[in-house]
Write a protein that binds this ligand. Structure first.
Ligand code: IDP
Ligand code: MG
Length: 163
């Protein structure tokens, strides 16, 4: 087991939102991260509760769209996952694109699949600190996995990027 893989790689948290599930895009979206080289180290399907949404979107309480956002997020089960890789937090945010999918760059997930500000397919942690909190909010330690993708040993990162 390469120690650097276990201890040095950054982790981020994502939710494939109800619109991604309803539209059958969950696999397509997850595969973009896999293809990029990011590693899935935890994943599960859950039905969000209002209480969990209140906690997860606490920074948006008081916004006029908050109630609608909670109704949307609790409408259908979602898939939560943790992705691991160098600079994973920033990289995944970049791959998601702007919050308003109509303004998101083509080539991003929201820019390629979405047209809405609310139904924008995916949540991704916005900083390393948020990622840590969100991972702990949705996953217990025994749901997290440490494993190696064979390619990582030689081809995903150069030797000087592994630290
Ligand atoms: P982010 O998901 O790009 O980080 P946040 O500002 O954290 O964006 O908002 C969380 C979620 O709340 C968004 O992804 C979107 O689903 C919803 N949201 C944000 N702003 C609006 C809005 O103006 N109208 C409707 N929904 C919104
Ligand atoms: Mg956010």
């Amino acid at each position: 087991m390469n120690e650097w893989l276990v201890f040095c790689m950054e982790r981020t948290f994502i939710i494939l939102k109800p619109d991604a599930m309803q539209r059958g895009l969950a696999g397509k979206i997850l595969s973009r991260f896999e293809r990029r080289g990011l590693k899935i180290v935890a994943a599960k399907m859950i039905h969000l509760t209002k209480e969990k949404c209140d906690e997860h979107y606490a920074h948006l309480k008081g916004k006029p769209f908050f109630a609608g956002l909670v109704t949307f997020m609790t409408s259908t089960p979602v898939i939560c996952a943790v992705l691991e890789g160098k600079d994973a937090v920033e990289l995944v945010r970049k791959m998601c694109g702007a919050t308003n999918a109509r303004a998101a760059e083509v080539g991003t997930i929201r820019g390629d699949f979405g047209l809405s500000t609310q139904a924008n397919l995916i949540h991704a942690s916005d900083s390393k600190e948020t990622a840590e909190k969100e991972i702990a909010r949705f996953f217990s330690k025994n749901e997290m996995h440490q494993w190696e993708r064979d390619l990582e040993a030689s081809y995903t990162y150069s030797a000087d990027e592994k630290g």
